[in-house]
Every structure is written in C-alpha cells, then in structure tokens.
Write a protein of this length. Structure first.
Length: 570
C-alpha cells in the first residue's frame, strides 16, 4: 500500500505497505431539527458542492452524483441527528472508499499523522514501546537517550494514568496518541512497577528513532541474519551498513528475514535491491489504471556491495515492498526464497491530502516484477500450473511462491494462553541477562504455575463447565454422581495439560527465544545459533547456506523470462 511523505514543496511522494486502516467514529446529540448555524453552513456547503458537480450531469459515468447530493441534503436537513456537514462529508468519503477495495480509505487528520510517523520510522514521544496485557498498558521497551530512559522507566512497568486520566479502558492507539505530541512539550504519566510501586513523572516529548532491524548478527555456523520489519525512510541505508559490518566477519551467506514485514517506501525496496543486484537492474514497474503510463524502478549506478549467497524468508504477512524486493532477487537468480506464500499485494495507493489535514488513500495503479508478473489481482495473473512448485509457476494471484516451502507451526492452547497475557515478553524482561538457557521451558512452566494459568485442553472442552444443565437433564443425575464425573475429568484435564505442554514444547521455546532476540537486538553467536535452530523457517534457510550444491541448484532452475506485463485499459 502506498503511503504519503510530505516534502517542503508541498508535493506528495508515494510508497506502499499492507496497512490495516484505523477506524474512527463520532456520536452526536439527538435533535429534532438542525441548528440555524448548521443550516447556514449546510446551505453554503451544498451550493459549493452542487456547483462543483453540476458539470458532471451530462456524463453518464457520473450520473450518481445527483443522488449523492440529494442524500447529503436529506441527511443534513431531515435527519434526526444534528450532524454537522463536516461529519457527514467525512462519513461520505469513508463510504466511498469502503465500496472500492481493502486498501483505499479516508484518513482523518490524526490518522494521517500517525500514518506518516510510522512511515518515517521516527516520531515525537517519550521513548517507550507499549502493549496491551489483560487491559493494562505495559511498557515492553525503553529507547535509549529519551526522557523515559532518563527517568529510569523500565520494561515491565505499567502506565496507569496520563495527565491524571486513568488508562483503564483506553484503546492502545488512544494511549499512543496521548503520549505523543509537539516536540518539547511534556506529558504527566503515572507509572506502576510490577511490585505495585507508583511514580508520577513529567516526561518531555522528543524525536525518537525506531530501528527497523530489531535482530541482526552472525550465528556460530557463520550465517549472517537480519530481520527487517518495515521499509521506513532511510532503512535501506541502514541495511547496507549492517550488511557491510556482518560481511567483514566472513559469513557463509545472508538470511534476510522479511516475515511479517508489511512494506513501506518503494524507494527503500529499490535501494535495498542495489545491495545485491548490479547497477541499473530493473526492480519493478508501476503501471497506471489506463496502461498509458509506466514507471520503471532500477538500482543505482553504484555496484552491489554484497556478493555472497542470500536466502530471503517470507510468510503470509509479508507484503508490498517486501514482495517487490524478494521477487526481484528471486527472478534474477540472486536469492532463494523459503517459507510460505506471501500476502499478495500488487495494488498501488496514492495519497491525496486535503486542506484540513485529512487525506484520501486511493488505489491508482499496480506494480509488476521485472518479468512482468503481478500478484494480488486474479484478472492480471493466472499461473501456468495450479501446483505450488517453483518449476511450474513462481507467482500466483495470491502472492509470491517461495522456492522451498516450510509449514508454519500451529498455535497451541498453551501458546495462546501465554500470548493473550503477554507472558513471553514479560518472561524475557523478567530474566534479562540471567537467561535460563538450560531449563528454559521448565522455568516458563513453573512461572505459569505461580500465576495460575490453565489453558483449555481437549478434555476440559468436553464438560463445558455446565453443571446446572446436567442436573436439569431429563435422565436425571445425582450430585454425587456428577461430582464423581467431575473428579475423573479433572484428573484427565491435568494429564491433558501435561500432554499439550509437551506437544507445544518446541513452539513455546521458540516464542521465548523470539522475545529474547528482540530484547538484546545483537545476540551473540551461540544465542543466534539456538534461535535459528528452533525456528523451522530460519533452520531451512541456514541449511541452504550450509549446502551450496542445494542452494545453487535452486538458482540454476531460473530461466530468463521476457517481460510480459500487459493490462487492459478500464
């Protein structure tokens, strides 16, 4: 999905990602008639709107414009709710985009500001990363050289009030918005430690830079590993610096992890491709809806800086810029892709800003790989063969197909119970440098027992916990008999929990190591090796780098494909 970046000239630069649009709603007091001021505003606004669309009446494509004007008039003059024209027009804009595609949306001012901050990788705030755990706002990470770090705020602390307003019941986005603000301004925050101690802190909002590379390093086997979470402004240059630093340590190759990466700036994908591809290499094409305009994006004239083997790891949540980069490296035989089929986001969005600070995000074009493939639109790309093999069809309408498939680990009952309570992050924070590597999962189990966490297993689901209904059954059952059944099932439930825990042992261990890696950012060789071994996707990628014959066999399967991108004007 393309996003917006403002420039000093007032022009708009486009980029894209697989964002999930935020929704806003407003409530207005009931009224039997619009206020006089509202009628005046409505009359003026309606006159301007009518004049602006009157020229459309003779064009059959825009015949519905008259109905739209009439609908606005009835809503504002006859509706029981005294809605202002501004609110009504914003709702109309939201309705217009809702009828199009999942990626177009009307963005109010606050949403556009948040949207831009996420894109730029920088924001103005106090310097904490937060999550919602059982209704509480918990600090997961404190960024260095920020007011939160200077005030000795620690991961695991909870934000219980902002400017004396309790955060109970607040949505996570609402807390984010309250913590951010103009640079140099302050916010009063009440912090509660895990032990229950509370502090009132006045924190200054400052510019905070968030790294899009939460994990990177070299494993004991010699494989370099980099996780890239978003294509924010300047991230390709950071990637080049990390790659250069790691290549000095002579890795056997690079694992570039794009799982869960929703995309971002197209320029960053193109610049990143230049780290691995020769100068002036085609990365992708963008073709507008009429097929009259094509823009080619190519690597810079500077030579590639990393010549070694590359394995790209993808999953179903990797989209847009992630797919552009992976497809360019895959099609040219520069990298092998492992994992699962990607999201399949081939639509391009343009952002049209309005004078009030809001904007319209609208799908306006599609992008194509160097060989002319597009994913995300079945009408433009039909695979040669329905089988998911790299020999028959590397791309499909629903995403980029990896060279080597790896099944995802299923989410079990214990993992779901822990994740809902945010315990994986809490565990990593609590143990810090004293990481219990030897009995990691056993320590987690003892920790969960102390918190009385009991996931629902197969046996527990049999009873449904409905004693009263059993007592009312036509057949009748005595309380004694029912209690005997419950005791038997309770014993089975305990055994069920143990069996489930053993079955999920590998997945639970991986979840813990995942949080450990994020916490330390640059893990040592032994820790990273352990992490690569536990993760099925990363383990498959590392094995490819350790088996050059197999790696280059995938590369040799690539055959030159002439560009075939064609679209029919609409």
């Amino acid at each position: 999905m393309w996003k917006v970046r403002r420039r000093n000239s007032g022009s708009i630069s486009l980029h894209f990602g697989r964002d999930k649009s935020l929704t806003t709603s407003g409530q207005h007091p009931d009224s039997v008639s619009p206020s006089p001021r509202g009628l005046i505003i409505f009359a003026v606004t309606l006159a301007i709107l009518y004049a602006s669309i009157s020229w459309l009446r003779d064009d059959p494509k825009f015949s519905g414009a008259i109905q739209l004007t009439a609908a606005l008039r009835y809503v504002l003059t006859e509706g029981a709710i005294d809605a202002t024209p501004e609110v009504v027009f914003q709702a109309a804009a939201s309705g217009l985009t809702a009828a199009l595609d999942p990626f177009s949306a009307y963005m109010p001012t606050e949403e556009l500001e948040y949207f831009e901050e996420e894109t730029e990788g920088e924001y103005v705030g106090v310097g904490v990363e937060i999550k919602m755990t059982a209704g509480a706002i918990v600090i997961v990470r404190v960024f260095p050289q920020t007011s939160a770090a200077e005030a000795m705020v620690e991961p695991g602390d909870r934000i219980v009030a902002i400017d004396d307003a309790p955060t109970t019941g607040f949505a996570l986005l609402r807390v984010v918005q309250l913590m951010r603000g103009p640079e140099g301004s302050t916010v009063l925050v009440r912090i509660q430690s895990p032990e229950g101690e509370e502090r009132r802190l006045t924190l200054e909002r400052r510019a905070v830079s968030v790294s899009p590379f939460p994990i990177h390093g070299i494993a004991r086997s010699g494989a370099a590993y980099i996780r890239w979470t978003d294509f924010s402004d300047g991230s390709a240059n950071r990637l080049a610096a990390i790659v250069e630093a790691l290549s000095v340590e002579s890795p056997v190759g690079l694992i570039l992890d794009l799982r869960g990466n929703p995309g971002g700036l197209l320029d960053e994908a193109v610049n990143a491709a230049g780290i691995f591809l020769p100068p002036d290499a085609l990365v992708c094409r963008v073709i507008d809806r009429t097929a009259q305009e094509t823009i080619e994006y190519r690597t810079a004239e500077s030579p590639a800086t990393f010549p070694g083997p590359v394995v790209v790891v993808m999953d179903e949540d990797a989209a847009s810029a992630s797919e552009v980069l992976a497809a360019a490296l895959q099609e040219t035989g520069r990298a092998v892709v492992v994992g699962r089929r990607s999201f399949g986001k081939g639509w391009v969005q343009s952002v049209f800003p309005f004078d009030d600070g809001s904007a319209l995000r609208l799908s306006t074009a599609r992008y194509y790989t160097p060989a002319g493939h597009s994913f995300g639109d079945p009408s433009l790309c039909v695979p040669d063969d329905e089988t998911e093999t790299p020999d028959s069809s590397w791309f499909s309408p629903s995403g980029l197909v990896p060279d080597s498939f790896v099944d995802a680990l299923p989410v079990g009952s214990w993992e779901e119970a822990f994740a809902q309570r945010g315990l994986f992050a809490d565990f990593a924070i609590a143990y810090g440098d004293e990481w219990p590597t030897g009995e990691l999962v056993e320590t987690l189990r003892r920790w969960s027992d102390s918190l009385a966490i009991v996931p629902e297993g197969l046996v527990a689901n049999l009873t449904g916990g409905d004693e009263s209904e059993a007592m009312k059954s036509p057949d009748g059952i005595s309380r004694t008999d029912w209690e005997r059944v419950l005791r038997t099932l309770d014993s089975a439930h305990i055994l069920d929990q143990e069996l489930l825990f053993e079955r999920e042992r590998a997945a639970l261990s991986l979840c813990l190591w995942e949080q450990r890696m994020v916490a330390v950012e640059r893990p040592d060789e032994a820790e990273l090796e352990e992490y690569l071994s536990l993760d099925p996707d990363l383990s498959a990628a590392r094995e490819l780098l350790e088996e050059p014959a197999r790696y280059y066999d995938f590369i040799r399967r690539r055959q030159p494909i002439a560009p075939t991108a064609t679209v029919e004007p609409r």
